[in-house]
Design a protein around this ligand. Structure first.
Ligand code: GDP
Ligand code: ZN
Length: 313
C-alpha cells in the first residue's frame, strides 16, 4: 500500500485504533501505546447521513498530526452494535449507535438489597435480543442468601431459557474469577440498577476500575441521559467494558409490538403455531404462546413481563 499518496500523507501513515469515547469534535482514540484526540476527515461526514459517523467502540484508521492529536481517515464497518433509531433527515430514521462492535451484554442485579428487578431485567434482555447481542446475567450479593439454592429459585428460569447466570459476591470473591474470564478480550456492555454492586464488582475484577467508571458516569449522567456518550474502559487482561448509564431507562420504541414476542427467546418456538398470524399472544383464541404458559412451558413471570412491555410499561 506504501506509495499511494493522498495529499501529503500515505496509507502507510495510518494506524489502527479503537474509539474509547465518541465526542463532537475530538474523539478519544486508543492505539497500541497511546490515547489521542482525533478529529474526523471532512469527506467522511458526507458518507453517513443516517447513522452516527463515529461511535464509541468503532475501529478506525487514523493519522497522527501533532503529539497527542490525529485525524480519523476511515471508520471500519461495524460488526455489531447497540443502537437506537430516532427520527432523522427526511423520512429516514437516524441510527444512534450507543456502542459499536460490542460482543456481549452483562446485566447485573443483586439477589437481595435491593431485590432483583425482574421486569427491568426482561426489558434489558429484549434490548439485547433486538440488537443480536448475547446476554449474560450476573446475580451479585449471593453472600446475603441463607441458602445458595435461593439464587436458583430466583434466576433458574433464565438459565432454562439459555442465558448464562453468574453468581457473584464482591464480599466473598465468589464468581469474580469467572466474571473476569467472561470479560477478557471482549467488549462488554454493562448495565444494571444502582446499588446492586456494579462498582464493587468492577473493582474486584480490576483495582479502581469501578471507581473510575462511577466517577465519570455520575459527573456526566445527571439529567442528560440521552446525550451522555458511552465510554469504553480498557481491561488490563484485554478487552473493554462499556458503561451505558442511560440504558436501563431506555424505552423499547424501536421495537414493533408484533416483534416483541420474538425477543422473548422461549416464545420463539411457538410463534408459528398461533391461529392468527397477527396474534399478539394476549387475548386471541388458538394462541400457542398462551397455551405454553398454561402448560407450564413458559414462565408466568416472563409472560407477565411480555404483557407489560407490550402495554408500554
Ligand atoms: P453500584 O451502585 O451498583 O455501583 O453498587 P456499589 O458497588 O456501590 O454497592 C452498593 C452497596 O452494596 C455497597 O454498600 C456495597 O458495599 C454493597 N455490596 C456490593 N457488592 C456486594 C456483595 O457482593 N455483597 C454484599 N453483601 N454487599 C455488596
Ligand atoms: Zn399467540
Amino acid at each position: 500500500m506504501q506509495g499511494v499518496r493522498r495529499g501529503a500523507w500515505t496509507l502507510a501513515d495510518l494506524k489502527d485504533g479503537i474509539v474509547l469515547q465518541a465526542r463532537s469534535g475530538h474523539h478519544r482514540v486508543r492505539s497500541d501505546d497511546e490515547t489521542v484526540a482525533c478529529s474526523v476527515r471532512g469527506r467522511l461526514k458526507q458518507e453517513r447521513l443516517y447513522t452516527d459517523l463515529v461511535a464509541t467502540g468503532d475501529r478506525v484508521l487514523w493519522r497522527p498530526t501533532r503529539p497527542g492529536k490525529g485525524v480519523i481517515e476511515e471508520v471500519l464497518p461495524r460488526e455489531t452494535k447497540l443502537s437506537r433509531l430516532r427520527p432523522g433527515p427526511g423520512q429516514m430514521p437516524f441510527e444512534h449507535v450507543i456502542v459499536a462492535n460490542p460482543d456481549q451484554a452483562v446485566f447485573i442485579l443483586s439477589v437481595r438489597e435491593p431485590e432483583p428487578h425482574m421486569r427491568l431485567l426482561d426489558r434489558l434482555l429484549v434490548l439485547a435480543e433486538n440488537n443480536d447481542l448475547p446476554a449474560i446475567i450476573c446475580a451479585n450479593k449471593v453472600d446475603l442468601l441463607d441458602d445458595p439454592l435461593e439464587a436458583h429459585e430466583l434466576f433458574g428460569v433464565y438459565e432454562e431459557i439459555g442465558y448464562p447466570v453468574l453468581l457473584t459476591s464482591s464480599k466473598t470473591g465468589q464468581g469474580i474469577d469467572e466474571l473476569g474470564e467472561m470479560l477478557r478480550d471482549r467488549i462488554s456492555v454493562l448495565s444494571g440498577p444502582s446499588g446492586v454492586g456494579k462498582t464493587s464488582l468492577l473493582n474486584a475484577v480490576q483495582p479502581d476500575l469501578g471507581l473510575a467508571v462511577r466517577e465519570v458516569s455520575e459527573s456526566t449522567g445527571k439529567g442528560r441521559h440521552t446525550t451522555v456518550s458511552t465510554r469504553l474502559w480498557p481491561l488490563d487482561e484485554g478487552g473493554y467494558v462499556a458503561d451505558t448509564p442511560g440504558l436501563r431507562e431506555a424505552g423499547l420504541y424501536n421495537i414493533e409490538p408484533e416483534e416483541l414476542a420474538w425477543h422473548f427467546v422461549e416464545m420463539r418456538p411457538y410463534l408459528s403455531d398461533c391461529h392468527f398470524s397477527s396474534c399478539t399472544h394476549t387475548h386471541e383464541p388458538g394462541c400457542a404462546v398462551k397455551a405454553a404458559v398454561e402448560a407450564g412451558k413458559i414462565s408466568e413471570e416472563r409472560y407477565d413481563s411480555y404483557w407489560r412491555l407490550l402495554e408500554g410499561e
